[in-house]
Design a protein around this ligand. Structure first.
Ligand code: PBG
Length: 324
């Protein structure tokens, strides 16, 4: 009979030793909670495909932010949904737009909470694309100019960080330049550097009312089949001055997170997107999986793959579970 000499099971015998040799520890410090803000007051409209998530008017957003802050979550990322959409998404670049007023209200009421703004046009345009459409396609360089205007309004409103998600070529450089030229050199840029054209964004598009009205986003978001291209995107964003590099989605792209981790010493963020969240919620509601265990396993796997920060709709639950 073969008797093993090396016995890895020795270090798994009880929870104390397992804790001591644990390589990855998820912390509340890693979490960024996404929130959606709409016009009106006293609005708390459930997002049916994302149980536990709501479109909130500014007054209730502020209340929610207080709760998030009390849970020890350091940051939120904010998405604005305007009352009126038009071809250029003009609400996105107004100092009195929905997101700008929301940021101001948040920074007045809950100044300790770090506020990141999503910088994009798809929630603001009537066609649902992420910039100015010319001849049926998003015009890259016209959109860069609009992005420059947009970030200035976010910075003026008091945003702590901006996060461009539109996958325009040169967006990080254009935004960095606009911020610096206007005295906002202290505001960091978290770039959605490797953002894939993914069906996992389905529920978000209900939440943000941002589904493209024609075509899809494959002329700007990445092909899910590509990995080397993600590294190239990341290198460009680093050259342009990104402070944090994001990979999105997370779960089907753990290999990308790992490879990005290996080519940069900048912090890496991963977006555990709406579809990844909703699948867990749906299966849990059917009684097919244990929501808490599966969610924590997913978040841990994203961190183990190399992410420092995780944007996740599980942030509030995870903060509570981590405290249990
Ligand atoms: C674009 C944006 C999207 C998400 C974050 N920012 C959607 C898209 O590209 O269509 C998706 C987030 C999620 O699915 O949770 N502003």
């Amino acid at each position: 009979m073969f008797t093993p000499y090396y016995r890895p099971r020795r270090l798994r015998r009880n929870e104390n030793i397992r804790r001591m040799v644990r390589e990855t520890n998820l912390s509340v410090n890693d979490l960024i909670y996404p929130l959606f803000v709409v016009e009106g007051s006293d609005v708390r409209k459930p997002i049916s495909s994302m149980p536990g998530n709501y479109q909130l008017s500014i007054d209730l957003l502020v209340k929610e932010a207080r709760e998030v802050q009390k849970l020890g979550i350091p940051a939120i990322i904010l998405f604005g949904i305007p009352a009126e959409k038009d071809a250029l998404g003009s609400d996105a670049t107004k100092n009195e737009g929905i997101i700008q007023r929301a940021v101001k209200a948040l920074k007045d009421a809950v100044p300790q909470l770090y506020v990141i703004t999503d910088v994009c046009f798809c929630e603001y345009t009537d066609h649902g694309h992420c910039g100015a459409v010319v001849e049926g396609d998003v015009d890259n360089d016209a959109t860069l100019e609009m992005l420059g205007e947009q970030v200035i309004t976010h910075a003026k409103a008091g945003a702590d960080m901006v996060a461009p998600s539109g996958m325009m070529d040169g967006m990080v450089g254009a935004i960095r330049e606009a911020l610096d030229d206007n005295g906002f050199e202290k505001i960091p840029v978290m770039s959605y550097a490797a953002k894939y054209s993914s069906a996992f964004y389905g529920p978000f598009r209900e939440a943000a009312e941002s589904a493209p009205q024609f075509g899809d986003r494959r002329t700007y978001q990445m092909d899910p089949a590509n990995a080397r291209e993600a590294l190239y995107e990341v290198e460009l964003d680093i050259e342009e001055g990104a402070d944090i590099i994001m990979v999105k989605p997370a779960l089907s792209y753990l290999d990308i997170i790992r490879r990005v981790r290996e080519i940069t010493d900048l912090p890496v963020a991963a977006y555990n997107v709406s579809g990844e969240f909703s699948m867990v919620k749906a299966a849990a509601q059917l009684g097919w999986i244990d929501e808490k265990k599966v969610a924590m396993e997913i978040l841990t796997s994203i961190k183990r793959a190399g992410a420092d920060l995780i944007l996740t709709y599980f942030a509030k639950d995870a903060a509570k579970w981590l405290n249990e």
